[in-house]
Design a protein around this ligand. Structure first.
Ligand SMILES: *Cc1c(COP(=O)(O)O)cnc(C)c1O
Length: 347
């Protein structure tokens, strides 16, 4: 099977497994795991932050950030198709007791003015008070789009004036950095809290982190334990993340080139399905609404010939490239997918 469902399907390489099995470990709840401590210090420094906390999932990293920024009954602003809103199963409401108000944007790309218009800080006893804004970069359901650092900086400048905090859902910030050239430090400057995933494009089997200042990370450490995610000898997993940071960031360009090749082939066969210029990273979001085939149908046809993709809506088929995709997988999808799209063109 050529597995284009997600960049989460990768398996650790032999070299990564070796790095894991030779890791020095200790009880991380006691702060005794040297490999976890080194990873947390390293990733915090990369983004110019004081501290970081290792978590099993990106969802937990996001939720720890939200928990520390927004109090019960207060409000987080987020994009309508963001992971925090659609894919974390109501965690922010369930665990933190907060409300979320959303803005909608084309392909998930943020325009600072549209968000500023929604701010309702210090609303007193009349309206819900806005405490934080979440930005997703790259934007997953938006098709891997990269947020403009200009828009982020403007939003930061204006929201800071009214003490509204900013959270970066940076599950794929590595891809955003590679595609845009924006440094991790420049991203770091503009956010109070950041979540990053080692288990997406970087290829670790598990692991994320939440980054912030010492105070908020200390608070997050209490909540992580309370949520039941205080972990023990997880240096074995942190070693995979360290290995991924050492070896798997710059190679993301290959994933991006391959996604572009798929987008170009699909666009040539069926122009309405994708604008190749919108494909900036490793995600190809195909819009089948003008074709005579649905996403679940196309997904099934592809599966029958050994290609796995994601049907994320009736007309939304997602194709994701990653480090376990082979040249053969690429040949296969480039040969078959454009052909199936062509057949589904409405005459
Ligand atoms: C994958 C992902 C996460 C975290 O997901 P987990 O499965 O909980 O690790 C968060 N945000 C975005 C945008 C993601 O794609």
């Amino acid at each position: 099977m050529a597995d284009f469902r997600s960049d989460t399907v990768t398996k650790p390489s032999k070299a990564m497994l070796e790095a894991m099995s030779s890791a020095e470990v200790g009880d991380d709840v006691y702060g005794d795991d040297p490999t976890v401590n080194a990873l947390e210090a390293r990733v915090a420094k990369m983004f110019g932050k004081e501290s970081a906390i290792f978590t099993p999932t990106g969802s937990l990293a996001n939720q720890l950030a939200i928990r520390t920024l927004v109090k019960p009954g207060e409000e987080l602003l987020a994009e309508a198709n963001s992971h925090i809103v659609r894919a974390e199963l109501g965690a922010a409401a369930t665990f933190s007791g907060i409300t979320t108000r959303t803005w909608k944007s084309e392909n998930g790309i943020v325009k600072f003015n549209e968000v500023l218009e929604m701010l309702s800080p210090n609303a007193g006893p009349y309206l819900v008070s806005t405490k934080a804004i979440a930005i997703e970069n790259t934007h997953n359901f938006g098709g891997g789009g990269v947020q403009s650092i200009y828009e982020i900086e403007r939003l930061r400048e204006e929201s800071a004036r009214v003490d509204v905090k900013m959270h970066l859902d940076g599950a794929r910030i590595w891809n955003a950095h590679i595609a845009s050239g924006t440094t991790f430090l420049d991203y770091g400057k503009n956010f109070d809290t950041i979540s990053v995933c080692f288990s997406k494009g970087l290829g670790a089997p598990i692991g994320s982190a939440m980054l912030s200042n010492n105070e908020l990370v200390s608070e997050a450490r209490v909540w992580r334990k309370r949520y039941g995610a205080g972990m023990r000898q997880v240096g074995y997993l942190a070693a995979a993340a360290n290995y991924a940071l050492d070896n798997n960031i710059s190679r993301l360009t290959q994933d991006h080139q391959r996604a572009m090749a798929i987008a170009n082939a699909c666009s040539s066969a069926a122009p309405s399905t994708i604008e190749p210029e919108n494909v900036k990273t490793n995600i190809v979001a195909l819009d089948l609404s003008k074709l005579s085939i649905s996403a679940p149908e196309l997904n099934l046809q592809l599966k029958e010939v050994g290609i796995l993709t994601g049907a994320l809506g009736p007309n939304f088929l997602r194709v994701v490239t990653h480090l376990d995709i082979t040249d053969l997988d690429m040949e296969k999808i480039l040969k078959i997918l454009p052909d199936l799209l062509k057949r589904a063109l409405v005459a």
